[in-house]
Ligand binder design. Structure first.
Ligand SMILES: [Zn+2]
Length: 71
């Protein structure tokens, strides 16, 4: 399965909660944070996802998070 599809499924599964790049990176076992940020950055440009400053539902930190929009 494509990495982007796995990330897509993970974020959609957490809906309506948001997740930060760091937690996503750990959940997906990415070896680079930049890789996770690259994918969420790309997803954030689509209408299916909302990427903004907010609280991560997993680590509870305020940082850039991404959430899936209601379909
Ligand atoms: Zn987090």
């Amino acid at each position: 399965m494509l990495v982007a599809q796995r990330v897509n499924d993970f974020i959609t599964g957490l809906r309506p909660d948001a997740v930060c790049d760091r937690c996503l990176c750990e959940a997906m076992s990415f070896n680079s944070h930049a890789h996770a940020a690259q994918i969420t950055g790309a997803l954030g440009t689509t209408s299916d996802f909302d990427r903004r400053q907010g609280q991560c539902s997993l680590c509870k930190n305020e940082r850039t998070v991404i959430r899936a929009n209601r379909t």
